[in-house]
Design a binder for this molecule. Structure first.
Ligand code: XMP
Length: 321
């Protein structure tokens, strides 16, 4: 019998009680959970909340703007963006192993975030850390880099004294669909509230091979086209997510205009799923596939072939790395 607005009221008063006149920090990932958690806390304590957004350079096109512009416009939240793009690129130089990439991205992410926490603590009495932990995370805490690591590393102890925080977790009793409703109630943009899952290590694990600036630019363009066309076709709600993968170490021969090309393939991996534990490949309409393929091969210089992944999970995982 809980209505969304009563959940909001209840959480806002709990947060006020917990934080009193203290100050809080929240890491934003661009995803739903951290965005809704922060918006609730902002509603409770206003500008005594500061959000930190790390741009690791592995984001999709427009994601930073969604946070810096749209989310801030909707909430009026204090936001600090840390531009760590160079740092992640150099840490990833020469690395091709998927788990190695994850480890590096997770480790750098924590270092950058902790430095941001230190900087804030030097300026004010920040004693609280907001996390977008959901009920399913409480029951079974998942791993992974990025947001998942923000969630876990503050709980494991062993942190230096200057980085001790009391956790604020306003979503602990909620499921994802309730979180989305709370986000809508709080006036957050659709692009954030309805965002499909996106892995913390971002495009770093969607480039098969070494991550470089040029490859990121290529993948970002192809991914933006695929997303644009899927959205235009009204398919966002029926697809769980659609990784777009660059086979950076593979080349194939093509022909374009009057010349031979020798470019890279892009893989489309649309999946349908309930919880990402299992998944089926989504039977996308041929016209949509055709538009995506034509546009990617015309508009993205390095790409001369688009292929469709028709593997279920199991045996294939959703991501390629
Ligand atoms: P897989 O590829 O294991 O993916 O079938 C299942 C779901 O998890 C996401 N995923 C990740 N999320 N850090 C994350 O935060 C990661 O390292 C990671 N790897 C996979 C994936 O996008 C899918 O939703």
């Amino acid at each position: 019998q809980w209505t969304t607005s009563s959940i909001v009221d209840e959480q806002v008063s709990r947060i006020r009680e917990q934080i009193g006149d203290g100050k809080a920090i929240c890491g934003l990932s661009g995803g739903v959970d951290s965005a809704v958690a922060a918006a609730l806390v902002q509603r409770a304590i206003g500008d005594r909340l500061t959000c930190v957004f790390v741009d690791h350079g592995l984001l999709r096109s427009g994601e930073r703007a969604q946070v810096e512009r749209d989310y801030v416009a909707a909430t009026g939240i204090n936001l600090v963006t840390v531009d760590a793009r160079e740092r992640f690129l150099s840490a990833l130089a020469g690395v091709t192993d998927p788990e190695e990439k994850r480890k590096i991205i997770g480790r750098e992410f924590i270092r950058v975030f902790e430095q941001a926490e230190r900087d804030l603590k030097a300026e004010g009495d920040y004693r609280f850390l907001v996390q977008g932990t959901l009920y399913p995370d409480v029951v079974e805490s998942g791993g992974g880099a990025g947001t998942a690591n923000i969630k876990s590393h503050h709980n494991v102890g062993g942190l230096p004294d200057d980085l001790q925080f009391e956790l604020v977790e306003p979503l602990r009793a909620l499921f994802k669909d309730e979180v989305r409703r709370v986000g809508t109630e709080l006036g957050l943009p659709e692009t954030i509230v309805q965002r499909q899952p996106f892995p913390g290590p971002g495009l770093g694990i969607r480039i098969i091979g070494e991550v470089t600036q040029d490859r990121l630019d290529t993948l970002r363009q192809a991914d933006a086209i695929a997303r644009e066309e899927l959205t235009a076709a009204g398919l966002d709600r029926s697809i769980w997510q659609c990784p777009v993968v660059l086979l950076a170490d593979v080349r194939s021969v093509g022909v374009q205009g009057d010349g031979r090309t020798y470019g890279h393939p892009i893989v489309l991996r649309p999946v349908s799923s309930e919880d990402a534990m299992t998944a089926d490949w989504t039977r996308l309409p041929y016209e949509v596939l055709e538009r995506i393929s034509t546009r990617i091969t015309n508009e993205v210089a390095e790409v001369n072939r688009v292929v469709l992944d028709v593997t279920s999970k199991p045996p294939g995982t959703i991501e390629w790395e």
